[in-house]
Design a protein around this ligand. Structure first.
Ligand code: SIN
Ligand code: FE
Length: 304
């Protein structure tokens, strides 16, 4: 990577909100700030919005419930099933119940905060991240979230839909979740797009038929996945790219489009996360979505 001069300037990326309850009603000014900030690629930060565990849920604040292979324990609300956990019977029910409650709180928060998204927002997986991030060895560089990246799902093409995530730090002893946040999406995409070659004709259809992907990967999915992998694999970029470090306090919540905001998790333990999918058309300013930015940069339709 030759130079980072053009993006050395400090970028401000946190917009803070005072809410303390998941069912808060927000002023129209706050709602305006939220949609505008999110779509610009800011992180919405709720410093005092905690997710208190019930007394009987505190046993889950341990990494022993993980199957030790998966990064996260995840819960699929449509299947009602836990993945990545080594847990059975009543304990499994209890953990699923905690994750369901988090999903419902996260949804309530977004309904109050982002009413223009609410009708098309789709609830996807819930995850519980019980491992200390710092020093944990990833099984491959592609799975290493301590490296800057934007999110892309390898087996679940989303055809341009946005990935909106709500995170809550539930560390019981006050340890912050430390992230690095990188340069704005368009500058980043312009830098890495030349490294992404076109997909092989027919490959997306074949992978879908073979069940490698759930549905056919669009050119958009191809580019996002390659951007993700190229970025994580670029040692110079990882070392030298501009970034800002932020510490999300224990007992805080943050909301971010992780398909747009370059991020890396550096340290911390015990986070809950809820993923939502949002159609590009639901955005206030669709031209800020990664799909439209990439279409502009490549001069092609990428998710038709
Ligand atoms: C990530 O989404 O890359 C990891 C974020 C986290 O677990 O804090
Ligand atoms: Fe990520």
């Amino acid at each position: 990577m030759s130079s980072f001069e053009s993006s050395r300037k400090v970028f401000s990326s946190l917009d803070t909100f005072d809410a303390t309850a998941w069912n808060s009603s927000f002023t129209s000014e706050d709602r305006e700030r939220a949609v505008d900030g999110l779509e610009r690629g800011h992180v919405l930060y709720f410093k005092t919005l905690a997710f208190p565990l019930e007394a009987e849920e505190k046993v889950f604040l341990s990494s022993t419930w993980s199957d030790q292979e998966a990064k996260n324990i995840s819960f699929d609300p449509t299947e009602g099933r836990l993945r990545g956990a080594k847990i059975e019977g009543a304990d499994g029910e209890k953990l699923a119940g905690m994750m369901r409650r988090y999903a419902s709180d996260a949804r309530q928060l977004l309904q109050g905060l982002l009413p223009s998204y609410a009708s098309t927002l789709k609830l996807a997986r819930t995850s519980f991240r019980p491992h200390e991030v710092e020093g944990r060895k990833a099984s491959s560089f592609r799975k290493d979230d301590t490296r800057l990246h934007v999110d892309a799902f390898p087996s679940r093409p989303n055809r341009g839909a946005r990935i909106l995530r709500v995170f809550t730090n539930i560390h019981p002893a006050g340890k912050p979740r430390v992230w690095q946040i990188g340069e704005p999406f368009e500058a980043y995409a312009s830098r890495f797009l030349p490294t992404v070659s076109r997909p092989l004709p027919g490959l997306a259809q074949l992978e879908s038929i073979l069940g490698i992907t759930k549905g056919v990967r669009t050119p958009y999915d191809h580019i996002m996945l390659h951007l993700h992998d190229r970025t994580k694999g670029d040692e110079t970029y990882q070392r030298e790219a501009p970034r800002q470090e932020v510490a999300f306090a224990a007992g805080s919540t943050w909301v971010v489009f992780t398909d747009q905001v370059l991020h890396a998790a550096i340290s911390g333990q015990f986070v809950l996360e809820q993923t939502f999918e949002l159609p590009v058309a639901a955005q206030r300013q669709t031209e800020r979505s990664p799909l439209r930015v990439l279409e502009r940069l490549t001069g092609r339709a990428l998710a038709a």
